[in-house]
Design a binder for this molecule. Structure first.
Ligand code: PLP
Length: 453
């Protein structure tokens, strides 16, 4: 390939990156990633980095799995594309649907495919409203979500999300979406215990349903653990109370498992970790370990029954719904996760080993809280541990300083406000956990020294 500086110049001239300050990015020069293997990626200058984010929370089986390449090649030769509209389907989409029904919790036995998590969440909004209209309750339209949630970037998915800076661009949210508090005890819990705070946040759902009117609310949506919001692990009291309220008012519970699904939280799905019984579940990312784009909405029997009524066509679909190559790769990815017991090994051996080391980081003078669930973890940075105080520097400065030191140390971590998060491939080995923890410790020391200058 071209030398790095030439690639960077072309990138700066022609490529607009998602969620990037392009001025800052072009001034520094983009990092061009050229290859990957296992849990490591390499840039165009040959630097090797441990990928603490599994790409974008998705490469669960790790990089370089030849079986996935072979399946994609064979499927492309056999049938590179066909749609699943009208009366058609294809073999990989059928087999993937059956496998997903086997793995998913409860009676989430049906799947509507999309090309991404955002598209799947768009589907969920339309599907939840269509469900209620089919039952003769067309006024049930509002979807209740949480502040600081991330559900994607399309107009509807970004509206569902609760990221204020996203809403500020382009006049979001769209109508009939409402937001309640997030269960973010560290930043918003004040003097309450985590348990009290979890209950208080969940009870906002009940208050919001009462305020809007039960006959107006279609569904509640939440990530079992908020990922992009900063790996916010809810207090134990939170999800049982949400579940109780959804049951009481008979509103659909949508679990967005785009990050939590496929082994991230210590079980196949975050809903199992937190005892959630979703009516609809959003999947993407780890479904194919990111090797090809695919997402979907898994729905329970009672929702599918309504959608399957004669004359009740759901007027919705994407050209790539049930794409045969993406479906074949996802199916093979699930086979690898399942047969190689990657989820079990990550949950029973690697996650506890990582947890010990991660929680130790809370002893560092810069760290206000270390939290972890399965193979996803976060750190809060603070100048004052007891007060859980923010820095006086502009929000994000401390996180970005650490993120940049991490790259210098050969580690990819993500900064969220003044916090750091990781979500590594599930195939991480114990020596790689040692490497990760040692590098994070070094990064914190370097950032601490720099911030005291
Ligand atoms: N939902 C959650 C919880 C996510 O984290 C994401 C992406 O990060 C999405 C939805 C959107 O998925 P996609 O980027 O595939 O559209």
């Amino acid at each position: 390939h071209l030398p790095t500086d030439k690639l960077q110049a072309l990138d700066a001239a022609h490529h607009i990156h998602p969620f990037s300050d392009m001025g800052d990015l072009n001034a520094r020069g983009t990092r061009v990633i050229t290859r990957a293997d296992g849990a490591y990626i390499w840039d165009s200058d040959g630097n090797k980095l441990l990928d603490g984010m599994a790409g974008l929370w998705c490469v669960n089986v790790g990089y370089g799995r030849k079986e996935l390449v072979d399946v994609a090649t064979n499927q492309m030769m056999q049938l590179p594309y066909y749609n699943s509209f009208f009366q058609s389907t294809n073999v990989p989409a059928i087999e993937l649907s059956a496998k997903l029904a086997e793995l998913a919790p409860g009676d989430l036995n049906h799947v509507f495919y999309a090309g991404s998590g955002s598209e799947a969440n768009d589907t969920n909004i339309r599907m939840a409203r269509h469900y209620w209209a089919s039952l003769g309750k067309p006024s049930k339209k509002v979807i209740i979500s949480r502040h600081n949630a991330y559900h994607g970037s399309t107009v509807a998915a970004a509206s569902l999300g609760g990221m204020a800076f996203m809403h500020a661009q382009g006049g979001l949210p769209i109508p009939d979406i409402s937001h309640i508090a997030q269960p973010y005890w560290y930043a918003e819990g004040g003097d309450l215990s985590p348990e009290e705070f979890g209950l208080k946040c969940a009870q906002e759902l009940e208050a919001e349903i009462e305020r809007l009117g039960e006959d107006k609310v279609a569904a509640f949506i939440g990530e079992p653990i908020q990922g992009a919001g900063g790996v916010i692990i809810p207090p134990e009291t939170y999800w049982p109370e949400i579940q109780r309220i959804c049951d009481k008012y008979e509103i659909l519970l949508i679990a967005d498992e785009v990050i939590c699904g496929f082994g991230r939280t210590g079980n196949w799905f975050g809903s199992q970790t937190f005892n959630i019984r979703p009516d609809i579940m959003t999947i993407a990312k780890g479904l194919s370990s990111g090797y090809l784009p695919i997402g979907g909405s898994m729905v329970s029997d009672h929702v599918a029954e309504v959608l399957a009524q004669k004359g009740g066509e759901f007027a919705h679909g994407y050209t790539y719904s049930g794409h045969p190559v993406a479906a074949a790769v996802a199916l093979e990815n699930l086979r690898i996760l399942d047969e190689e017991k990657i989820v079990e090994r990550a949950s029973n051996e690697i996650a506890p080993y990582l947890k010990d080391k991660w929680l130790d980081l809370a002893n560092h003078p810069l760290v206000g809280e270390a939290r972890i669930c399965g193979m996803v973890a976060g750190l809060e940075l603070t100048p004052d541990k007891t007060a859980r105080a923010p820095f006086k520097t502009p929000l994000g400065t401390a996180g970005n300083i650490c993120r940049d030191f991490a790259i210098e140390n050969g580690l990819v971590m993500r900064a969220v406000r003044d916090g750091l998060i990781i979500s590594p491939p599930l195939v991480l080995t114990k020596p790689q956990v040692d490497e990760l923890a040692e590098k994070v410790g070094r990064v914190l020391d370097q950032a601490h020294a720099k911030m005291r200058q």
